[in-house]
Design a protein around this ligand. Structure first.
Ligand code: NCD
Length: 323
């Protein structure tokens, strides 16, 4: 069996991404019509090793594994040997000794998943690592754009909110800029990472030819009229040291996507949010009711992309699907 891991979105070439999207497109209609049962991954086991809370990511990987016929096993911090002080390295060696095939892992440390993967000789998929990477979220967001015909050079994206603590932003900008899309980060100064200019492609890409531009705006209103995509982020209070913003009402007023701001957004633009959403803070009910809202589309793209990733991780594909 082949084993592939996905630790950082930077490791995934465009050709591999296209392969994943065509597989995701294969699964999508079956997911939209209520799910499917297949035996593609029969005989494999998928361990969901979550050291941080999760609803969407964990459930979609579990559902994907079950639909594909993999045995899925949930392990969280509570009740696992990590509570007794077992190191990540020893957890990895234990998983490998039990012949498990795929580990889908979420952890509070930015380097933890990479460290785990260095001790586990099968597939490891990063389901969110501290303030580091969240590559499967970036893939599902990009897949949501691909479904709209918006995943193309020159498109304008804004990522709004708690940029400083966001792994979703980090993975998304690497993917979108590489595809030639321009990204504006929209956040008040306390929610921007120190030295944010280090996120520009010239600081991490070997050759920036064809890459889009990265900018920062501390105000949302001037940015809205030029956008194709607005991606909202949650205030990640659990990662903040001290209170960075005075209160939620103030945030909603200055940076939240209100009815008035929706009116400033072009008709063809779409609104994304990785969830969980804090209603009334980064967005209001008006956004959910707006036809440009794609938050539910993201959820089923998430399931399709995770089905594709589990197949890709162990090199087993549905019959008749060209990869
Ligand atoms: C994100 C995460 O955990 O990084 N959510 C997700 O995976 N759907 C974003 C967040 O927690 O705000």
């Amino acid at each position: 069996m082949t084993y592939r891991s996905l630790i950082s979105i930077a490791d995934l070439g465009n050709a591999e991404m296209e392969k994943l999207f065509s597989l995701a497109d294969h699964f999508l209609p079956q997911i939209e019509s209520g799910g499917f049962k297949s035996t593609v991954l029969k005989g494999t086991s998928t361990i969901l090793l979550f050291f941080e809370p999760s609803t969407r990511t964990r459930v979609s990987f579990e559902l994907a594994g079950k639909m594909l016929g993999s045995d899925t096993i949930n392990i969280s911090t509570k009740g696992s040997s990590s509570e007794k002080g077992e190191s990540l390295r020893d957890t990895a060696l234990t998983m490998a000794a039990m012949d498990n095939n795929i580990v889908v892992m979420r952890h509070g440390g930015a380097d933890a998943v990479e460290m785990f993967a260095s001790c586990f000789d099968r597939s490891v998929i990063n389901a969110g690592a501290g303030r580091g990477q969240h590559p499967t979220q970036a893939l599902l967001d990009a897949h949501s754009l691909h479904r709209e015909g918006l995943l193309e050079t020159g498109r304008q994206v804004a990522i709004v909110g708690d940029i400083k603590h966001s792994r979703v932003m980090r993975s998304n900008i690497m993917l979108l800029l590489k595809l030639g899309m321009d990204v504006t980060l929209v956040a008040p100064p306390p929610l921007m990472p120190d030295g944010w200019e280090g996120l520009k492609p010239q600081n991490w890409a070997a050759d920036t030819k064809g890459y889009g531009k990265l900018e920062w705006s501390s105000a949302i209103d001037p940015v809205l009229p030029k956008l194709d995509v607005v991606m909202l982020l949650r205030m990640q209070n659990e990662r903040m040291v001290g209170g960075l913003m005075t209160n939620d009402d103030e945030y909603a007023k200055i940076w939240g996507l209100s009815k008035r701001r929706l009116d400033a957004l072009p008709e063809h633009a779409i609104v994304l949010h990785p969830g969980p959403v804090n209603r009334g803070v980064e967005l209001g009910q008006d956004v959910f009711d707006d036809p440009r809202c794609r938050i539910n589309t993201q959820v089923n793209s998430g399931l399709a992309v995770r089905c594709a990733l589990l197949c890709w991780a162990c090199g087993k594909y549905p019959e008749g699907v060209a990869v």
